[in-house]
Design a protein around this ligand. Structure first.
Ligand SMILES: C[S@@+](CC[C@H](N)C(=O)[O-])C[C@H]1O[C@@H](n2cnc3c(N)ncnc32)[C@H](O)[C@@H]1O
Length: 247
């Protein structure tokens, strides 16, 4: 069970790494200081999440109940896997009540979670991962069709982000383009009535992105979870009630 074997500290959220400050640049030291003080970083360690981003999805899902037991989820930009951990718990894809306590409720339907990332995603019970895969590549979509039950998902999650260039406008445009590519993915795999959550960085194309999604979803909301740093341009769109465009 992953609940027994999950490494407590992983990747860039690691406090053991945070202690090794020698040889760090001023910017890196500021980042480490901020991580040390961040209540969501602390909570992610306490609750064995791979990253603080878990709390953004938990917040969204506590309010909108997208991830119910039995549902199929595709997690785009899944590494290191915190959103997938949340999805596994909520859709019961590990077959345990909360994906963590190891208590089994056989009456609860089992969902499915498939994560995709350009990077390696460490294994997680209850999830299948396509590491070293580009979500925007049609070959990835073909693999998702094979991995999802009936080739369809109830929910597409995307916390994807390109490597920031430092040029705000350019980064904004690249992320919006990635979000728009998710409408092609939705056309291939999302069930009618399904939902999409996608991250974007706020900017001039935000309205256009919202309008594009409104063309194929019945409802589109902009969200800024409390766990998303106030100073960050990060926002999420929650698009619900997918109207399939496939024949
Ligand atoms: C902010 S991280 C996601 C964190 C993740 N939600 C979690 O909770 O662990 C963004 C991820 O998007 C991935 N990414 C960026 N572009 C991608 C693409 N075209 N296809 C797949 N993954 C992509 C990056 O490799 C990175 O791991």
């Amino acid at each position: 069970m992953w609940c027994a074997s999950l490494p407590r500290r992983l990747l860039h959220c690691s406090p053991s790494l945070m202690k090794k400050q020698k040889g760090k640049t001023a910017a890196e030291q500021r980042w480490l200081q901020r991580q040390r003080k961040d209540p969501y970083v602390k909570a992610s360690h306490a609750q064995h999440f791979r990253c603080r981003s878990a709390f953004k999805l938990l917040e969204i899902d506590d309010k909108f109940r997208l991830l119910q037991p039995g549902r199929s989820v595709v997690d785009c930009g899944a590494a290191p896997g915190a959103w997938s951990q949340v999805a596994v718990q909520r859709v019961n894809s590990a077959g345990t009540v909360d994906g963590f306590s190891c208590v089994v409720d056989p009456a609860l339907p089992r969902g499915s979670v498939v994560g995709v990332d350009l990077l390696n995603i460490p294994p997680l019970d209850g999830a299948r991962f396509l590491s070293s895969h580009d979500v925007t590549d049609p070959a990835t979509q073909a693999k998702l069709l094979e991995l999802l039950p009936g080739g369809r998902a109830h929910v597409i999650l995307s916390d994807m982000a390109p490597n920031a260039s430092g040029f705000r406008e350019m980064d904004h445009e690249r992320l919006v383009a990635m979000c728009l590519s998710l409408t092609d993915l939705a056309e291939g795999i999302l069930l009618p009535g399904g939902s999409l959550v996608c991250k974007y960085w706020d900017g001039i194309l935000a309205r256009r992105l919202q309008e594009e999604l409104s063309g194929v979803f019945g409802s589109v909301l902009t969200l800024k979870p409390n766990a998303s740093r106030r100073e960050s341009a990060e926002r999420y769109l929650l698009a619900r009630m997918y109207r399939t465009t496939s024949p």
